[in-house]
Ligand binder design. Structure first.
Ligand SMILES: [Fe+2]
Length: 227
């Protein structure tokens, strides 16, 4: 075990290698690539673990969440200028929580940067597992405007329940919540206009260590790749 936040990284080719290498020192990095040799080379030279290490792919610091960056789209079937994927396709990674280890649904995340601006828009796709314990996320804010689209399941924010097809705009800097996933789980797409504002600022405690790590991670990932 390590105290470093764990992130999964898809694609350590010409583009992905330098990006992933910047993360290797500060993160528990789990590397995936179409080429097993490339993964082995990366792990040998820079550290991290191969994704075939399975049980802990993309585990976040608290053992509950997962995160994967798919900066190099070549390995998720980027073709002719477009990419198609679904909530059941290969860009998703189960996290390393006990739920995932037990074969149950665990939180999955994929993040996509739009454009070349280092603080440009970001799309976050989340697959929240069924909430069987009544878990509540405290009220918080983000330093970015946000549009939330509910794809499946139900999700409660404040006193309001949202369901499939519902869309909610949240203004930057305004506190909202608390949040609760419904008993059937929920798949959602979140669109932020500024990557630097994706991490949550807790209403009472401010930004958590995990959120700080996420901010740092996103900033690192947003730097242009070395030529
Ligand atoms: Fe939030």
């Amino acid at each position: 075990m390590t105290n470093k936040p764990t992130v999964g990284f898809i694609g350590v080719g010409k583009m992905g290698w330098p990006m992933a290498s910047r993360l290797a020192a500060d993160y528990d990095l789990i590397v995936s690539d179409a080429s097993d040799e490339r993964v082995a080379e990366f792990v040998r030279d820079l550290g991290g673990r191969p994704a075939s290490d399975g049980a802990t792919l993309a585990r976040m610091q608290d053992g509950q969440g997962g995160m994967v960056m798919a900066k190099n789209l070549q390995n998720v079937k980027y073709q002719h200028g477009h990419i198609d994927w679904s909530f059941d396709s290969g860009v998703w990674f189960d996290d390393g929580s006990k739920a995932a280890a037990a074969g149950q649904r665990a939180l999955k995340t994929a993040m996509w940067f739009l454009g070349d601006d280092e603080d440009g828009p970001m799309v976050v796709c989340i697959d929240l597992p069924p909430n069987t314990t009544g878990h509540v996320t405290p009220a918080h804010s983000h330093a970015s405007d946000q549009v939330r689209i509910i794809i499946t399941g139900t999700f409660k924010i404040g006193n309001d329940w949202y369901g499939p097809g519902d869309i909610r705009f949240q203004e930057a800097g305004k506190i909202y919540g608390p949040e609760m996933t419904g008993p059937e789980g929920s798949r959602q797409i979140l669109i932020f206009n500024k990557r630097s504002g994706v991490a949550a600022d807790d209403r009472r405690t401010g930004r958590s260590a995990a959120a700080e790590a996420m901010v740092k991670f996103i900033a690192e990932m947003s730097k242009p790749a070395a030529a």
